[in-house]
Design a protein around this ligand. Structure first.
Ligand SMILES: Nc1nc2c(ncn2[C@@H]2O[C@H](COP(=O)(O)OP(=O)(O)OP(=O)(O)O)[C@@H](O)[C@H]2O)c(=O)[nH]1
Ligand SMILES: [Mg+2]
Length: 494
């Protein structure tokens, strides 16, 4: 049987049968041809494997975006807790100081609130070494004189305040040790003259914001390691002279009953209610866990670590090798950013070559103002930011997943009687329940995306409470699959 010449097949040209071939010659030629094809197939196979290995080697890259306190770092922790448990378990105990600081801040915030309503101390209850003088500095100037207060404070309240005085120093020491991430953004940190915008990366970056182009490879570890070094160091020289983590634990254990008495006090609760202070909604809230945390052998639980608040500075990079799930053995590279307006200029270099963006909008914040700019409503800021991210040309081909977060807090807020229309007039007379409110907000985000996307893109949205690790694990498995699918598709295009 003659062999036809195929111009597209190089083997066909090289091995075209000579005219008048004998059967023996034909057999020899066919053997040679078969061998050449086997080698060629083998090379193809090797190339395919190499490409697959390369694809596997290239980490899945995810960028977490959203305003400050939207839950980005908490989402990242959920990824680690669900998919990289070994690294999670190794880090868990380092969070102890952060949880302790969060609790101390809660108690000091309580003391600040009641101090504004209390008269000055009676001379009888003052002690020379108390921290009251310093405490007064951090308080607003309005101090009621005795009998002025509409609340029935007693000597007991003054005594509690006095006995909890050492917590001021503990807070300060822990903040110094943990570094800037331990302190929250203050309105004064964004100068009024600077007029911060929701998406400063859309235009030229103001000089004063350029310091935020910091790239850290170890994320929150840098803060946690400072504490670990001090509490774990064996030699005394390595310990700081003015800081000892066991002293923090000791002071907290000694203050346990007083902290509880303060938090459970009916007059204190009344002051909080009248001042519309909802401690339970604040970041890093641990006042309901005093019994467990203020002990000499306290060790953080998974839940404590999830709820612990440590502000993100700059852009932090985390590498996890997933242990379970569809991407087991695969490396994920996640970028967690600081969400305050003054930090956003640093985001844009990370828009390049990203598989997916997870954008968090804390919907419970519809009646709150930005910490860095008290003139701006937090939901309004999320809308502006979402518009800018959706409209970014750099992200035009990137999958964007929206988390409408803090649904648990939204439900609590609505149940307590807060009316959405008071802060969001366009909400009108719709029913003030969580289902209607989330649907309304969701439609708004969808519409903004539709109008801003440079090219059509699916709208992926999840209603989340990322402090709930169980429901978040379910959400993340859906997200993981979607991101992976896009990642592999992109790798194929490379
Ligand atoms: N109740 C509740 N608290 C949440 C939820 N998501 C986050 N938090 C808490 O809100 C606080 C802020 O969350 P983070 O994850 O630190 O916020 P972030 O977006 O990383 O903030 P920056 O680092 O400042 O940009 C933490 O104390 C979290 O525990 C939620 O869905 N429900
Ligand atoms: Mg963060």
């Amino acid at each position: 049987m003659g062999r036809s010449f195929d111009a597209d097949d190089p083997f066909s040209a090289v091995l075209a049968p000579p005219p008048n071939e004998t059967p023996a010659e034909k057999a020899a030629r066919e053997k040679k041809e078969a061998e050449a094809r086997r080698v060629s197939d083998e090379i193809d196979d090797m190339l395919r494997q190499e490409r697959a290995a390369l694809k596997k080697k290239r980490p899945v890259r995810v960028l977490l975006l959203g305003q400050s306190e939207s839950g980005k770092s908490t989402t990242l922790k959920n990824f680690q807790l669900t998919y990289a448990r070994k690294a999670w378990a190794e880090e868990r105990s380092s969070w102890k100081a952060v949880v302790q600081l969060n609790l101390v801040r809660n108690v000091n915030a309580l003391l600040d609130t009641i101090s504004r309503e209390m008269g000055p101390l009676s001379p009888r209850s003052q002690s020379p070494d108390s921290d009251m003088e310093e405490e007064a500095d951090s308080m607003p100037s309005r101090e009621a004189s005795p009998g002025d207060s509409p609340f029935p404070f007693t000597e007991h309240h003054h005594l509690l305040k006095l006995r909890l005085g050492p917590l001021r120093r503990i807070q300060r020491d822990l903040e110094v040790r943990l570094g800037s991430s331990a302190t929250e953004v203050l309105p004064s940190s964004a100068p009024a003259s600077e007029n911060t915008s929701a998406a400063p990366f859309d235009g030229p970056v103001p000089r004063s914001q350029q310091e935020f182009y910091v790239r850290s490879n170890n994320g929150w570890k840098s803060a946690l390691e400072k504490i670990r070094f001090l509490s774990g160091g064996k030699s005394d020289e390595r310990r700081s002279k003015d800081f000892d983590s066991s002293e923090v634990t000791e002071v907290l254990a000694e203050c346990r009953e007083d902290m509880k008495a303060l938090w459970e006090d009916p007059v204190v609760r009344d002051v909080l209610e009248k001042n519309k202070v909802r401690m339970e909604e604040s970041s890093g809230f641990f006042l309901n866990d005093i019994d467990r945390i203020a002990t000499r052998d306290y060790q953080p639980s998974d839940d404590d670590v999830i709820r612990a608040r440590l502000r993100t500075l700059g852009v932090q990079e985390y590498r996890f090798v997933f242990e379970i799930g569809r991407t087991a053995g695969h490396e994920w590279l996640m970028f967690d950013v600081g969400g305050a307006r003054t930090s956003r200029a640093a985001w844009v270099p990370y828009f390049d070559d990203i598989d997916a963006v997870i954008f968090l909008a804390p919907v419970s914040a519809f009646d709150e103002k930005l910490a860095e700019d008290r003139r701006v409503n937090r939901l309004e800021d999320s809308y502006l930011l979402w518009k800018s991210i959706s409209g970014s040309k750099l992200l035009a081909k990137t999958q964007i997943i929206l988390f409408l977060n803090k649904i648990d807090l939204l439900e609590k807020k609505l149940a307590s009687g807060v009316q959405v229309r008071d802060s969001v007039p366009s909400f009108g007379d719709r029913a003030n329940d969580a289902a209607t409110v989330t649907k309304y907000f969701q439609q708004h985000f969808r519409e903004i995306a539709r109008q801003s996307n440079p090219e059509p893109r699916p709208f992926f949205v999840h209603l989340t409470s990322v402090v709930d690790t169980k429901s978040t694990a379910t959400t993340l498995s859906i997200v993981e699959e979607g991101i992976l699918r896009d990642h592999l598709r992109r790798a194929d295009l490379l």
